[in-house]
Design a protein around this ligand. Structure first.
Ligand SMILES: *Cc1c(COP(=O)(O)O)cnc(C)c1O
Length: 836
């Protein structure tokens, strides 16, 4: 048996070719002469998955045997992108696989390109969860990611006549070879109904009898750490009806009604809500949140109960991190389970809940704060509402001593907002019900304490902490930029792959002639490749011999794509006038990418504006010698992996105090782009690491912005600067929308009549000047530009998600690494392959 396994899971090109052919034959019923591209991709994925499963099993066994504590990362979003190339790299079989496929007449890239992105997230928050899973597995921490297996991920964005059009993302259409359904891991979740009080053994017990039931079935995806030592699990819940049919209705002859109720249950995991940093009080969304929280906690508790320990030890074996307030119902749900199902006292249950839970706050924007109306929560989750009232009551009693004779302060920190209708403030619940509240960059964490939750900081000074975000260098450098990764390894060795602090050793190479010239060559190659990607992806034609200036991220007013657009108007106007700001300007390609929430009118208008500006400028024979403006449709992880390594100038220009951290900024940095940006989010820490001299920092600081505050007059700022005045005239006279009168009025209104909430005009002059210095440097001194770019890479050590995860593990989770013990046989073959 062992020999057979060894052959089957061997890692030579020959083994791989054989297994691929076998998968084609047995799981696709095809031979190598009669296959579809989808079939070949699936067969390859299955051949690779086979090589993961054994180590996956072994990881679970080791973690159980060692009685290891586990982190359970609860997130409504996991923006995973593709799995194939990442898994192949982490398995260490890339070279052998390329050889195997070419021996059969296929190319690896072509097969890998068939994989749809797993787009189960909106943007930064979901991508952070994905990077964390990679780091947890690589660092050998026992970890589960828990979320929802949406049938439809983030919509596919098309651009028609300049407008965003949303198309459904049917990512499971051809099946998903990476996941394994676990039909035996299934939990029933209830909604609605009523709470009864039953007196048992001289004690009042609460019994919640729901009126609606939904089953959650687990689908597991292996998360392969680098080197394939630990393989962790991403467990996503899919909703199904507990009964195939409602037999009562069926017997009454209402067949279609019975099927309808089945479909209604399945609605729960149908689609990801496409709003980023915007709260929408939709009932189905609340049900999604409770559904996945209830399944996940049931699963965590089942696994703890197998250990046969006392409840007081629960926090020694499980930590739960809440990725934003989306899973914050985990707090009352944990209380309900411990009180009603397990019979613990309130104080016992509360101590356990607080000790287990940690909460990560992701934004300061008031419109993102989740506040469910009390009547909705009450009707869907009546028992949870009772528990929340009790939590609040006890909390307010304990808080009185901090704010004597200040009932208005108690009103502010109460979980219940006394509005009409009343609302439940989920952030307050998350802070009160957990032992840790963290922000995601130093500035953000300070603002959480100082301006968002000062009273909570007074009550719980030890709970507030910072965990600056990070990204995994394995996906964003090793996988996305293989040529640069290879160069770096040649220069400093490959230790940076698992210990990113070693990237600092690259600093001396910033002035090494050969290295600098290789860096420049690779950047150009990446631009050629990105141009080919865009040509294939959307038919776009761009010139690799131009400065690539890139702003890719969700479209949001606070991220200020409009500021970028206004600056382009300044540049365009200057070119038309033969002005000073653009003489000797390098030819530039401005690339934009990002999705707007479907209901966010101004964000969609910003996309339309960029496309209209592009049309005018790209069609202007004078301007288009220097300027190309492009909106890349359907920005997603796979596009990011292609565009970011090709970027020269990274746009990180949010209003100071609005972007909690940003992670796009870090991806660009480690790929050797220079940043033009504000002192916001993690840009502040990037500046600390690399030095402001090696960036183009501009704009008002957070303090200055809040100083400006209410006295800010955007009109005065805009009209006081002649060039800005002229550029603004282009917008207000309809220069970019000649045949579409007034379409941009809402944008003009938000800038002038509604007070320019994001301070575009306060920063535009400084932005234009900083941008000019960037252009001048690029044009004037390529060596100096490249030196700074390489210094950026060398200074990016802090921004690995390995560092972030190490801090969470130590400060919040008290989590220990659990190295997977090898047995002989298959791992030996694997380790041999890794050594080669
Ligand atoms: C990294 C990433 C983001 C986050 O970008 P920010 O610039 O930090 O907002 C969003 N979407 C995708 C696809 C990403 O890869």
């Amino acid at each position: 048996m062992k020999d057979e396994l060894k052959t089957r899971f061997g890692h030579t090109a020959k083994d791989l070719a054989q297994d691929f052919a076998e998968q084609l034959k047995y799981s696709q019923d095809a031979d190598i002469y009669h296959t579809t591209a989808e079939g070949r991709y699936t067969a390859l994925a299955l051949a690779i998955r086979d090589r993961i499963v054994h180590q996956w099993n072994l990881s679970r066994k080791t973690q159980r045997k060692e009685n290891a504590k586990r982190i359970n990362y609860l997130s409504l979003e996991f923006l995973m992108g593709r799995a194939m190339t990442n898994n192949v790299i982490n398995l260490g079989v890339e070279d052998q696989l390329k050889e195997a496929l070419s021996s059969l007449g296929y190319t690896y890239e072509e097969l890998a390109d068939m994989e749809p992105d797993a787009g189960l997230g909106n943007g930064g928050l979901g991508r952070l969860a994905a990077c964390f899973l990679d780091s947890l597995a690589t660092l050998e921490y026992p970890a589960y990611g828990y979320g929802i297996r949406y049938n439809y991920g983030i919509f596919r964005q098309q651009i028609k006549n300049g407008w965003q059009v949303e198309q459904p993302d049917n990512w499971l259409r051809n099946g998903n070879p990476w996941e394994l359904k676990r039909p035996d891991v299934v939990y029933t979740v209830q909604f609605g109904g009523e709470v009864k009080m039953i007196r048992e053994k001289g004690k009042d017990n609460f019994k919640w009898i729901g009126s609606e039931q939904v089953n959650g079935v687990a689908y597991d995806t292996p998360i392969v750490g680098y080197g394939c030592k630990t393989v962790n699990t991403l467990r996503l819940w899919s909703a199904t009806s507990p009964e195939e049919f409602n037999f009562h209705e069926f017997n009454d002859g209402d067949y279609t009604e019975a099927v309808r109720s089945k479909i209604s249950a399945e609605n729960l995991s149908q689609v990801l809500y496409p709003n980023d940093t915007l709260y929408m009080g939709k009932e189905l969304r609340l049900k999604q949140q409770y559904f996945f929280v209830a399944c996940s906690l049931a699963d965590i508790i089942r696994s703890f109960k197998r250990r046969k320990l006392s409840w007081s030890q629960f926090p020694d074996f499980a930590a739960i991190q809440l990725n934003d307030t989306h899973p914050s119902l985990a707090i009352p749900e944990m209380m309900r389970l411990l009180l009603d199902e397990e019979g613990l006292s309130w104080d016992e249950a509360w101590d356990i809940t607080v000790a287990i839970m940690g909460y990560t706050n992701h934004t300061l924007m008031p419109e993102a704060l989740e506040k469910w109306t009390l009547p909705m929560l009450q009707s869907i989750l009546p028992r949870h509402m009772q528990i929340i009232y009790e939590i609040n009551h006890r909390f307010l009693q304990s808080a009185v001593s901090f704010f004597p004779l200040q009932p208005q302060v108690l009103g502010q920190i109460s979980i219940i907002e006394e509005s009409n209708p009343k609302q439940v403030r989920m952030a307050n619940l998350a802070i009160i019900g957990s032992h840790s509240t963290n922000g995601v960059a130093a500035l953000h964490s300070e603002l959480l304490k100082r301006s968002m939750f000062p009273q909570f900081n007074l009550i719980y000074p030890k709970r507030f902490n910072n965990k600056t975000n990070g990204i995994t260098q394995r996906r964003w450098l090793l996988d996305a930029n293989p040529r640069l990764a290879q160069k770096i390894t040649e220069a400093i060795g490959d230790g940076w792959i698992t210990d990113y602090s070693q990237i600092a050793k690259l600093a001396p190479f910033a002035t090494d002639k050969a290295f600098v010239s290789d860096f420049a060559k690779i950047k150009l190659e990446n631009k050629v490749k990105a141009a080919a990607f865009l040509k294939k992806d959307s038919g776009m034609i761009i010139d690799p011999n131009t400065l690539f200036d890139v702003q890719v991220k969700r479209i949001h007013e606070y991220k200020r794509q409009l500021l970028n657009a206004l600056n382009i108007m300044l540049i365009y106007n200057d070119i038309k006038k033969g002005g000073k700001a653009t003489e000797n300007m390098p030819p530039m390609t401005f690339l934009f990418g990002g999705k707007a929430a479907p209901g966010y009118v101004n964000a969609k208008l910003i996309i339309k504006l960029i496309n209209n500006i592009a049309k005018v400028i790209n069609g202007d024979s004078q301007a288009n010698k220097l300027l190309s403006i492009q909106f890349m449709p359907n920005y997603r992880v796979t596009m990011a992996e292609s565009i970011i390594p090709a970027t020269d100038l990274s746009e990180q220009i949010s209003t100071a105090g609005t972007e909690a951290s940003g992670t796009g900024n870090m991806k660009f940095m480690c790929n050797g782009a220079l940043t033009i940006g504000t002192m916001d989010g993690a840009n502040v820490e990037i500046a600390e690491e690399v030095g402001k001299d090696n960036m183009f920092i501009f704009g008002h600081t957070e303090e200055e912005i809040s100083q400006l505050g209410k006295s800010y007059n955007p009109f005065a700022w805009a009209m006081g600067d002649n060039e800005i005045k002229e550029a603004v005239a282009l917008l207000s006279t309809g220069y970019f929308n000649v045949n579409e009168p007034n379409i941009f009025d809402p944008l003009r209104k938000s800038l002038f009549e509604d007070g320019d909430r994001y301070f575009h005009f306060a920063d535009l002059r400084m932005y234009a000047d900083a941008h000019k210095s960037a252009r001048d440097l690029y044009r004037g001194d390529q060596n100096e530009w490249n030196r700074k770019a390489i210094l950026n890479i060398a200074s990016s050590g802090k921004f690995s998600s390995d560092r972030t995860i190490g801090e969470y593990a130590k400060d919040i989770w008290a989590l220990k690494q659990c190295p997977v013990q090898r047995d002989d046989g298959t791992e030996t073959a694997l380790q041999d392959a890794m050594k080669k």
